[in-house]
Design a binder for this molecule. Sequence first.
Ligand SMILES: Nc1ncnc2c1ncn2[C@@H]1O[C@H](COP(=O)(O)OP(=O)(O)OP(=O)(O)O)[C@@H](O)[C@H]1O
Ligand SMILES: [Mg+2]
Length: 446
Amino acid sequence: MKSGEPTSTASRPAETDADPSLGALLRWWRERALLTQEQLADRAGLNVRTIRRLENQELRKPRATSTLLLAEALGLTDEERAILAVASRGPSRVPPKGCGRRDLPVARNVPGRPSAGAELPTEWGRVLAGLTRNGEARQRAAISIEGMAGVGKTALAVHAAHRLAPRFPDGQLFVDLRGHSRKSAPVDPGAVLTRLLGALGVPEARVPRHVDDRAALYRDVLAYRRVLIVLDDAAGEEQVRPLLPGGGNSQAIVTGRRRISGLDHVWTVPLNVLPVYDAVTLFTCTAGADRIGDAPADVLTAIVERCGLLPLAVRVAALRLRTHSTWTTRHLLDRLNTDGPTGFQAGGESVAAALDLSYLRLPADQRRAYRVLGSQTSGDFGIAAATTLLEAPTARARWLLDRLMDAHLLMEPVPFRYRFHVLVREHASAVARRYPTDSVFANPPD
Ligand SMILES: Nc1ncnc2c1ncn2[C@@H]1O[C@H](COP(=O)(O)OP(=O)(O)OP(=O)(O)O)[C@@H](O)[C@H]1O
Ligand SMILES: [Mg+2]
């Protein structure tokens, strides 16, 4: 039989190899399609010499367009295209052993959903609707959930990943980018790419050295598979950019305390504090029905309002009630009114600790603006008040306000009027009292 002629029983020449080469794969797919090398070249619009060199492994890195044309001509499935994309990146080993979906690892590492009240917030419905069929975010590479510390970004992203799992059968991956971590600096995106590629079945030996090449390979692998990536607690755009899928079937959910505005194909959702009803539900579910008893509705409402309707504060207050078995909800409210909820702690969580981390990420001039404005304003204020308090020209004051808004430490509820969330204001005042001039904590809090 002439070399390059299809065999009638298209066995896989590389079947016995642990990792078939690009040439072996192409030959197998061509024989499966009952094509000669000439017929494949004709169908793909390529030179027959190119096909021959590819199969003989003289040519190991075809152009991206050639790969695409070959995939079309060979009628490859999405999974096979993913394998071809990896194999086309040069000599070495092809990640999965076989060529079918069952041979690709289904990657899953999303944490469990929060147990109490997870289904409740009204706002979540809007976000989920955006991600589902015909939703606004459906066609985007990513959705970015942004908001202040403890507002429920991670809880929502995790919930969405579980709910959307059937739409992403090839995997749902969760990565903590440590944008605001007590324990470490933000994670390097190059290192994250290596980990993600590993989870997607690419062996370490095949991961390119250069970050740009790594990101390109990652996008190739994702393009033909349906994977949801949760990029939690992003430090900013630079960290996130290489980690976004490049379109196709995969999507990312990014969460972060910083505004991300410079990325294309990203649907941004600012997450707000809870409506009173949802906050009371979260409080009662977390504290437990036995601890709530027949507490008056006005006391429950007062508790969650004193918590600024912030999920983290509501949760910590509820855990506090649970651990103090002699307290009634009125006792809890008294404590909240005297001590304020920011300093409440439960299981290592506290609003003060969360806000400390936002504060510590600011440069010195913004930290000063935070302390001054947070401690000396109440309710809404305008640019004139900010200019006076900061003793700065208007343009500079405006710039500082924008930076605080970038960090979701300041809100602009109506154009050109600014306001701190009640707990943020309390935190800024406490920091200003403790560190009136020094802008950095001597010892970052644990
Ligand atoms: N709907 C909810 N149901 C149950 N728990 C919730 C809900 N929303 C938030 N929480 C809880 O509130 C706390 C704060 O939420 P989460 O960690 O998601 O906030 P975050 O916005 O991601 O904060 P950070 O900026 O610190 O990352 C968590 O303990 C979370 O489990
Ligand atoms: Mg989070």
